[in-house]
Design a protein around this ligand. Structure first.
Ligand code: GUN
Ligand code: ZN
Length: 431
């Protein structure tokens, strides 16, 4: 039987930390052992020597659940760092041009492979991605995930107006292609499908109606779209859907809001919209590096949380500027500072692990180091660079170490990654 024991300092969350000293919200084992069989965690506890066991010793590093990225666009891997004033200019000038290349399966395969290498190098073991409008881009996305045995969520973006002809589908073809891709990929291995109308501006009412039909046929699938990111986007959306009370109301009117709905950005929501998100269980996804880069605005985490809105956190590559969830948490911290809100480091790491697993309704599968969960893990080195080592020399608590990792860390702080129990960072290139 294949049985591996990882030894190290183990940290996993049990619930959302309510304060920096909320030690009941996590489990920390100073000399811990994670026992893995057939890609799953079978035991977690104090390390006890075992004759003949295959032990990988990661001390003094921290072992956490692999990071989960709730929103990004793999087809924008070559759009990162494009110089634009704001969202709509950025979409029209760079993004809609770049995504046209994904009609070619060869291009999609090359970018998908590089994209997954980046996720792994950054400790991300599960992500939720938009593909392009071309079915070939979805095939490349899930085929590459299957090779690496990764739990990935994604889907073909549906868009039938206000974009170049070469990117546009129609209500019927968007429906047909999505249905075909759901049948092909959803639930195959670790793949999960997200029905993906891009946003109100690029979908006609007929396409949102087709999206509603897909949701009714496949209630198990996720729905992902963008909501309330930028002022000009909101104005344009309301002009296109004058019968809806507000931006959230558009998706509500087409039956697209529910506990499996993932809404990127959610920055400028009014009181009614916040209440609707809370009532429907839809998830607001915080994308700090993107929101800063595109000048979109400051996410109001406290207000949404107080109203009971479920919240996720994500990179939003390529509006976002880093694949690293550590960089993302750092920028998230700074955004909330500007709002006068404090994000303690335990809550940040909860958000990137169990919090995002809960937002995906995948608690018990990923996001925690617990028996029965997949052995998707990240090993973190808080002294990965000379500057980090210098600062780490004065850190004496776990909170300080986590905060240092978040503030100074990036891909260099990711010492190792396990996907379904397989060593995946140090073996990159060996696929
Ligand atoms: N809104 C619609 N499409 C996109 C996209 O690709 N990126 C971002 N950040 N916002 C969007
Ligand atoms: Zn996005």
């Amino acid at each position: 039987m294949s049985r591996t024991i990882l030894r190290g300092r183990v940290l996993t969350f049990l619930d959302e930390p309510q304060a920096i000293d909320d030690s009941a919200s996590y489990r920390y084992i100073e000399d811990g052992a994670i026992t893995i069989e057939h890609g799953r965690i079978v035991a977690v506890g104090d390390y006890v020597p075992e004759a003949g066991a295959d032990v990988i010793d990661h001390r003094p590093h921290l072992i956490l659940p692999g990071f989960i990225d709730m929103h990004l666009h793999y087809v924008q891997s070559q759009v990162i760092a494009s110089y634009a004033g704001s969202l709509l200019e950025w979409l029209n000038t760079y993004t809609f041009v770049e995504e046209q290349k994904f009609s070619r399966q060869g291009h999609a395969g090359v970018v998908a492979s590089a994209f997954y290498d980046e996720l792994i190098r950054n400790g991300t073991t599960t992500a939720v991605a938009y593909c392009s409008s071309h079915p070939a881009s979805v095939d490349a996305y899930f085929a590459e995930a299957a090779k690496r045995n990764m739990l990935m969520v994604g889907g073909k973006v549906m868009m039938d107006r206000n974009a170049p002809e070469a990117l546009c589908d129609t209500p019927q073809s968007g429906y047909d292609d999505s249905k075909m891709l759901i049948e092909r990929w959803h639930g195959r291995g670790r793949a999960l499908y997200a029905i993906s109308p891009r946003f109100a501006i690029t979908s006609t009412p007929a396409q949102l109606e087709a999206s509603r039909a897909l949701v009714a046929e496949y209630p198990d699938c996720y729905v992902q779209t963008h909501l309330s990111e930028n002022d000009a986007e909101i104005t344009s959306s309301m002009e296109l859907y004058p019968g809806s009370p507000d931006y959230t109301g558009i998706y509500e009117d087409y039956g697209l809001l529910g506990p499996k709905t993932l809404l990127g950005h959610c920055i400028h929501l009014n009181h009614r919209e916040t209440k609707v998100l809370a009532e429907t269980g839809a998830v607001a996804v915080f994308c700090p590096t993107s929101n800063l880069f595109l000048g979109s605005g400051l996410f109001d985490r406290e207000r949404l949380a107080q109203h009971g809105v479920r919240i996720g956190v994500a990179t939003d590559i390529g509006g976002g500027t880093s694949y690293s969830m550590l960089r993302t948490l750092d920028e998230g911290y700074k955004v909330l500072q500007l709002r006068g809100q404090r994000l303690n480091p335990f809550t940040s790491f909860y958000m990137a692990t169990l919090g995002n697993a809960r937002a995906l309704s995948l608690e018990g599968t990923i996001g925690a180091i617990a028996p029965g969960n997949a052995a998707d893990l990240v090993v973190l080195d808080a002294a990965a660079t000379p500057a980090m080592a210098l600062r780490m020399a004065t850190a004496s608590t776990l909170a300080e170490e986590l905060f240092l990792l978040q503030t100074m860390g990036d891909d260099r702080a990711i010492a190792e990654v396990y996907v379904a129990g397989a060593r995946s960072k140090s073996t990159l290139g060996g696929l």
